[in-house]
Design a binder for this molecule. Sequence first.
Ligand SMILES: NC(=O)c1ccc[n+]([C@@H]2O[C@H](COP(=O)([O-])OP(=O)(O)OC[C@H]3O[C@@H](n4cnc5c(N)ncnc54)[C@H](O)[C@@H]3O)[C@@H](O)[C@H]2O)c1
Length: 285
Amino acid sequence: MAIKKVGVVGCGIMGGGIAQVCAQSGYEVTISEINDDLLNKGMKVIKGNLAKSVEKGKLSKEEEAAIVGRLKGTTKIEDFGDRDLVIEAAVENMGLKKKIFADLDRVCAPGAIMATNTSCLCVTEIAMATKRPDKVLGMHFFNPVPVMKLLEIVTTIVSSQETFNTAKSFGQSLGKVVVIAKDTPAFIANRIAVPMFIEAMKVYEEGLATKEDIDNAMVYGYNHPMGPLALADLVGLDTLLYVYDSMYQEFKDPKWAPPLLLKRMVTAGHLGRKSGKGFYDYTKK
Ligand SMILES: NC(=O)c1ccc[n+]([C@@H]2O[C@H](COP(=O)([O-])OP(=O)(O)OC[C@H]3O[C@@H](n4cnc5c(N)ncnc54)[C@H](O)[C@@H]3O)[C@@H](O)[C@H]2O)c1
């Protein structure tokens, strides 16, 4: 099956990036949000990113206009009825994702494929919320989507080979390097990276080093492009808390338990860059 029309659920950090990359790769994209304010805010971010690419000479004005012309926003799930592939990038919450997939199953054409961008939730459980579990898989993009080359495709014991083949060709058409992961918590890259994030937060929480020195240690000692605390702020501390909580629930191993400091920061609304404050303060220029 050839994908032509793409839907994206959620116009936040990831949904916006996924929609942008799909439109840049020539696909017609419909992207949804829960209300007009959030939709306008998300679309503004996408358009701002494209305008920056024009300023840097990476895109022509004509290309920018064509990409924007391929992007359509909506607040109605019914607008996904003609999509060949819908990628869900709503918040990391199983109840919400199951509801979205059940609704998509109701409105999408029988042959349409549905993918979740979940960071660590059980893809099989999301698939079973539909009547087409063979057409559901994980498509786990990395942040920022226009920059990061990796795409983890998460297969389940109920997803079909045909669905995988289509998703793989689609991912490659976006210029991504596709790796195949089984449906286990946090898949491949995050399974390996999460312990480092948790340990960095604990070193900070215990007052063993400043946030700057923790980040500098990993940047200059391991050549990471960004330190773990700065990266946590970029990802979103609420998203990380969802991820650690669900890994802890699945494995029942204290190794994955979220640090107390992270819980307190999320409770206080310190979510990282998106709220203006996380481990670092983004309110000052
Ligand atoms: N942030 C990251 O670095 C990252 C990386 C990989 C995967 N993910 C995963 O991607 C998903 C989205 O994360 P994010 O960081 O973009 O979160 P985000 O909070 O920036 O965006 C989520 C958006 O989904 C919207 N939303 C919620 N319910 C909706 C619905 N029913 N219909 C349409 N929109 C809805 C919210 O209003 C919000 O704007 C999560 O599952 C997360 O685990 C995040």
